[in-house]
Design a protein around this ligand. Structure first.
Ligand code: TA6
Length: 301
């Protein structure tokens, strides 16, 4: 896609000092959004949120310093959108891991600035899917509402004449003080499929702590999840909807070092907590049907 005209985007969609478009890293188009003290940065490629600060100096998301900003390359950190599949594509091994949304350019549908929030709606053009089997089959809209909290929602739509199965995730990378000092109590008692053990089913018998590599697909998670980080004196609360699963990932030292775009010691400062519909728990949409996958993020500091 030819790079969008920043002046034209600002003329059509900027909202005073609350939402502006500019050229970001490597000339990719970025959007800066504010609401009172809260700020957010987003790239149109992937509709990828790369920074969210609920208050000055408080980064809720982790972004790799080694992330590669380049057309067609997924960014490491922030909130990538996995869509219309999560993980490897089961039918076509040549298709990109985690779907094509995170490396595709989104169009701006609308923006708003009200007393309640600053918001933007973005969409993928279904005719531009780089994967032939998906051309004109599925639509994706992504809405961001920044207020005292961050509200995000992916809306998938079946544009075809037959049932359509898709999987997805809001693959958020959360910043933490240190991986050994955080806990996620809400997964206690859940069953998970362990990617590190060939997806064997296991029971989570106590709060999740991160002493080693973790890559788990939790089943039937509760709506409310809290990430406890006493050293940072910030607990992140999330309410999730439309998800059959919660994926939790920390690559550990070895895998972090093997990824060129992941800071070698970055695994100490992040954890991915991802509302998702994955593996056997993908969603099937009838023709014309929609699906919403969303997350509301707040902090208690
Ligand atoms: O969400 C967890 C996961 O699927 C892991 O298995 C891990 O590979 C990760 O996502 C990152 O995937 P990526 O394609 O961004 O390298």
């Amino acid at each position: 896609m030819t790079s969008p005209d920043i002046a034209a985007l600002n003329a059509d969609y900027a909202r005073d000092n609350r939402l502006q478009f500019s050229k970001g890293e490597a000339g990719l188009t970025k959007v800066d959004i504010t609401f009172n003290e809260a700020t957010l940065e987003l790239y149109l490629q992937g509709a990828h949120i790369t920074r969210y600060q609920p208050a000055a100096g408080v980064d809720l998301l982790w972004m790799s310093n080694s992330a590669v900003y380049q057309p067609g390359k997924a960014l490491r950190g922030g909130i990538p959108l996995c869509w219309p599949w999560f993980g490897a594509n089961s039918k076509n091994p040549d298709y990109p891991q985690h779907g094509y949304a995170r490396t595709s350019d989104f169009n701006v549908v609308s923006t708003r600035a009200t007393d309640q929030a600053t918001s933007i709606i973005l969409a993928l053009d279904p005719a531009q899917s780089p994967c032939p089997d998906w051309k004109n089959k599925a639509g994706l809209e992504f809405e961001i509402r920044l207020s005292d909290a961050l509200w995000i929602e992916m809306r998938s739509h079946n544009l075809s004449n037959s049932p359509l199965t898709l999987s997805n995730a809001l693959h958020g990378y959360f910043a933490i003080s240190s991986r050994r000092h955080v806990a996620i109590p809400a997964v206690t008692g859940l069953t998970y499929l362990d990617k590190l053990q060939n997806y064997q089913s296991q029971l989570q018998s106590s709060a999740l702590t991160l002493n080693a590599e973790v890559d788990r697909v939790y089943q039937a998670p509760p709506e409310g999840i809290v990430l406890l980080d006493p050293d940072r004196q910030i607990n992140t609360s999330m309410r999730c909807w439309g998800n059959n699963n919660l994926v939790i990932w920390n690559p550990g030292a070895q895998k972090a070092q093997a990824m060129a775009d992941f800071d070698d010691d970055g695994f100490e400062q992040m954890v991915c907590i991802e509302p998702a519909n994955a593996l056997e728990q993908s969603v099937t949409l009838q023709p014309g049907e929609d699906h919403r996958l969303g997350q509301l993020l707040t902090i208690d500091a």
